[in-house]
Design a protein around this ligand. Sequence first.
Ligand code: AMP
Length: 150
Amino acid sequence: MKSVEPIELFDLDAENLMIPSDKVAHVQVGNPLEHALLVLVKSGYSAVPVLDNSFKFKGIIGKTLILNRILGLERFEMEKLSEVKVSEVMNAEIPCLNKRDNFLTCLKTVINYPFVCVIDEEGFFEGILTRRPILKQLNKYLHVNKHNQS
Ligand code: AMP
């Protein structure tokens, strides 16, 4: 077996792989559910980050969370869309990454989540990491290794 040329996989960190904050759709903690649902439906995403006024990361809100919250015994209680705030429904118990986290940490984190938020030491939102760039880099790495074996 030939030795494998190291490719840059292990030099990559979350910053190299993330979608920067200016390209990420988000909602604010104080928004009503109606606004969040509009953003989700119009963007086509199933969930987006929730930020506060100072751009600090607070949680994630998704279509399923919203629909479960407005589901009554026999109907969807549509009036709740304007009454209930995003902060009351969002999921705040999710892991985040730091820009300096390495490839393996990123890979491990996105196993259980379609996307993970990247925040700085003070909690300010910097972007998101999806599974796509991780799988793309892994695919490239496996192909290089395959061709180096005989
Ligand atoms: P994807 O791998 O592109 O299908 O993205 C997975 C999930 O990440 C989507 O369903 C969204 O919840 C989230 N996501 C991806 N790109 C964005 C974006 N630009 N803004 C907000 N959320 C995003």
